[in-house]
Design a binder for this molecule. Sequence first.
Ligand SMILES: Cc1cc2nc3c(=O)[nH]c(=O)nc-3n(C[C@H](O)[C@H](O)[C@H](O)COP(=O)(O)O)c2cc1C
Length: 171
Amino acid sequence: MDKILIAYYSRPGQNYVSGIIVDLIVGNTEVVANKIQQMTSGQLFKIDTKNKYPVDYTETTRVAKDELRSNARPVLTNKLMNTDDFDIIYLGYPNWWGTFPMVVFTFLESFDFTGKTIIPFCTHEGSGLGNSIRDIKNCCPDAKVLDGLALFGSVVSKSDSQLEKWLETIK
Ligand SMILES: Cc1cc2nc3c(=O)[nH]c(=O)nc-3n(C[C@H](O)[C@H](O)[C@H](O)COP(=O)(O)O)c2cc1C
């Protein structure tokens, strides 16, 4: 049996969903991560930053843009146990400025993913996976990176059948 990890970053608080600002109690990517956990019985790992982002959407986009420009590596709050414990890593993130939040770079560079299979999933407001697959491959050249799944933030709560079909096709 493959040992499965579902690692994800997701930010609750104000966000744009279908063109309007809403206050998300649970972030869109976290909703998807929880569903994948239930469908695969994998182990969840929340990627989180020591310094939290503002609740305000526009302020967060500014901070995130500065981090992207400066190629920042935000500090993780928690360390992953041994990556030897997992064969398959579902990696979830929101699209931020065309790729994943910089803390996901921190995560990918903090552990050895040699020989692992990484299965990306992303939530977004129109840009899909952006450059994120390229960026995962650059961070983890010795991992097998599968085509990812991109879901609009507005559809995550009703994505069960799409997720089931996707999981079936990548089996
Ligand atoms: C800082 C920031 C930058 C974003 N940049 C993009 C973007 O470039 N393209 C896009 O489609 N959506 C963008 N979004 C929207 C998010 O990808 C989308 O709302 C996502 O579902 C949020 O997931 P979360 O609730 O798990 O954090 C951005 C949101 C934030 C907060």
